[in-house]
Write a new protein. Sequence first.
Lengths: 290, 290
Amino acid sequence: MSYPDELREQVEEYLQQLRFSEGPATEGIEEAMLYSLLAGGKRIRPVLALATAGALGVEPQSVLPLAAALEMIHSYSLIHDDLPAMDDDELRRGKPSCHVAFGEDVAILAGDALYAEAFRLVLTKQEAEPLRLLAAAGELAAATGVNGMVGGQYIDVEGVSVAGPEGLRELHSRKTGKLINASVESVCLLEGVDEERLVNFRAFAVELGVLFQIVDDILDVTGSDQELGKPSGSDQRQGKRTYVSEFGLEEATALAGVSHQQAREALAKAAPSGAPQLEQITDFIAKRES
Amino acid sequence: MSYPDELREQVEEYLQQLRFSEGPATEGIEEAMLYSLLAGGKRIRPVLALATAGALGVEPQSVLPLAAALEMIHSYSLIHDDLPAMDDDELRRGKPSCHVAFGEDVAILAGDALYAEAFRLVLTKQEAEPLRLLAAAGELAAATGVNGMVGGQYIDVEGVSVAGPEGLRELHSRKTGKLINASVESVCLLEGVDEERLVNFRAFAVELGVLFQIVDDILDVTGSDQELGKPSGSDQRQGKRTYVSEFGLEEATALAGVSHQQAREALAKAAPSGAPQLEQITDFIAKRES
């Protein structure tokens, strides 16, 4: 399946040259951070950010610090999600999870540090008009706080989501959706697009987040351990609410189709003259097998 | 002992009206966040920020969002430090630690959320010239990342500090010093002070951070459980490197006296026409009993 590999390579190269520690005393935590950050993956969030820049007529490379920060934040969330007190996952992308490899204390701190360094990167390295940069960084903070990613993870581990499709949508909109939205929206804010365009891109990003999660839930059931890089069926074993647990596999697959269609339509409205890389990512998210 | 209580009250009032959750599903994590954030304490970091504003001739209240963010970051660091995988402290400020009261998973997430909401607060509520606000927020990120607070905590839990006074100073400069520096320096950046003044205020803040830590180490040995709000002697039981373990109690007390003197001299240089509230805080940090 086609994927904007040229953007992914730019992201990968940029991530690989990142260093954080200024002295030898903290090289150990840097090692744990890079172990998780450089474990591969499709880099969907930063690639989305670069593709959004492209769709806005801006050189994708110009948003690399912001894009890398999105991946660092994603990586931090995976490290904390995997902890014994949370989902207790020992495998991540086919390798021992951060806390298995480095110990629980270092894993907690490596996650904390990735989040701090993500903000440092955006605030000190991302070039932009200052007010726009403030808006983009504020969006990152909002997307990852109580009403975003961390709040979603809280709803998930505590099982406090509201019954029915609405509760499920709220859970997932926070847990994974907000950071995917932010990958599109923060770039729009950075480039200062007008309000109408922002609304249209946001509608696309929200639908993309929903699509991502439905497919994720399906893959947890249908994927092999090897494809997923972690044991399949873990949602079910942990009694998590997913689109599959809520609707069954067949209905969830139908919902994914509807969501894919809606995301494509929203994208066509946001970028009427076409946005081939965002189209590729949208199709990839719908059809991926891991 | 005198303390700028009028500033502390402003901080306390501001902290008490903070709310984070936009819906009922995440009220539980907000409760855990506020449990730790509103557990009292001298609020040294935000009071330092307000007093620094005062010393620069600015209305202290104008930096309340930044000041509150400093306390939220401090609170997040205490929650994560207390976790079983870290220092495993069950008491904090005389109350059960966050993970004892709410469970380890919620405590990890409450810490993460406080950190995210601290950035959100600064980036969306702190009024300032945009470039200066970016500089202040960047300072917060740097002070809390690998070369700041989290890196210091890593050095501490892993016991990888360099032998001798220099290693001890590096450990503490990161673990507690950087956030205390940031409480002064981020306000200087927000107000756009010139380079010479910034250097002078920074010299004061660095010495204040050292003083804070020496006294903290002494109090861990000499304080009562009740005064400290946690069991005294915990550093020693955990085999931590402190000024007392390194130099003995008598010599550490002498070092505190020297550091107090140096902090006062640095302050006189930074604020030649006087800065009564910063002087009060400096004396308080030197003479406090908990």
